[in-house]
Design a protein around this ligand. Sequence first.
Ligand code: SF4
Length: 493
Amino acid sequence: MEPQVTTFPGTEFTSRGPVEAGLAGDKPREECGVFGVFGDRDAAGMTYCGLMALQHRGQESAGIAVGDGERVRVRKGMGLVSEVFEVEQVKTLRGHIAVGHVRYSTTGTSLLANAQPLLIKYRLGRLALAHNGNLTNAAGLRHDLEEQGSIFQTTADTEVIAHLVARASGHGFEESVVTALGSITGAFALVMMSQDTLVGARDAYGIRPLSIGKVGSAYILASETCAIDAVGGEHIRDVEPGEAVFIDRSGMRSLQALERKGDALCVFEYIYFARPDSDLRDLNVHAVRKELGRRLARAYPVEADLVTGVPDSSVSAASGYAEEARIPYEMGLVKNRYIGRTFIQPSQSMREFDVKLKLNPLRRVLSQKRVVLVDDSIVRGTTSKYIVQLLRDAGAAEVHLRISSPPYRSSCYYGIDTSATKELIASAKSVEQVREYVGADTLGYLPVKELLDTVGRSAAGHCLACFTGEYPVPVPEGTCKYLFEEGGHHDPT
Ligand code: SF4
């Protein structure tokens, strides 16, 4: 029996054990995936499937809120979707409207309280919210709200939005949502529900993705189109920057809730975060990655015997590199998919095996070979260094590292968990110094221009801040994801 804690009325929590760090610790981590349904009798079941498809966007907590027109209930807990929900439990969550959330976070003890959807009771009834992104003015708003007497239950910026909606409720539901959206800045893809209305909204720049789909007469909102596919739906379009859609029994209404300030979709969604079977702005993610690989091969050719990619996110780019360079693609590394995030090393001495358990080189493929190793990014450099050495230990004669994105130099403040800027290896070292550090024979990064030409937009059409340091939404000094943690000061610079 899992421990149960109740905070908001109708909210159930479950708890799971510690989280492993390991190999994925040197990659930026998507912080959330969101999903919403209106108009299906089994909205919770559909949300469960949708969250399963979005699991790569967050593995530390999962939750579903479901409404039947009168009541809204939430079940959420720590762990993977399959750990938090037993299928029999999902069947008991009855209703035609639901929102769901998967989350990644490093906020320690407050993880459980920060699990979403967040459910509040206020004068218009119940409101459940699930948020992907990061508000850049959350600290100021929260300070003001607390000054006026508001009491916060979590350390997540999402709760600020709930308070803002509740405070504007004198004008009715739609207006209160629009008023609340008008107060927040930063990056957000939001799904919300009242007892009878599903809402989807994106920030004025459209930094985080949110798509609309349909299954029969039911509407779907999802961070990625792969989740719409997973429930047998059809992708209709994306929620536009600054747009809010309200879906109820009378259909879907669209409001331009915020002035559209630009078009700054996170370009890292294409490079790493999104699943290869998702489409972003009508471009398939696998096809984009493959083209990045092709361009990388043209920009940094090398004589080699085989090309291999770091599984799973770099396989598409590696296949593109191999095709363009006319060098055979080979499986040089095998990833153990069954370790899972709940793997706990039995002892300190076993800890060093953590990465080895996850990634193993194919010695017979690599031995005596000149290898092109394609990866999607280098963050701190520790994992790249480890993998290069892994290939050398397996007998590779040469290792030529090719990165299908530009040097990752600046921290993200829009909902992605990255190392502090000073820990990003490319922020302080030249390409040659990075090559030396990771121990590769040669190193080549994809130029920014090639990235932009591939995704078919100008620099103004994407957020590229982690590569260029140019943030589309100003980031107030001192902004960090741990701002609301008790004693949890974190230096983002
Ligand atoms: Fe994406 Fe980088 Fe912009 Fe963050 S800074 S939203 S990771 S492109």
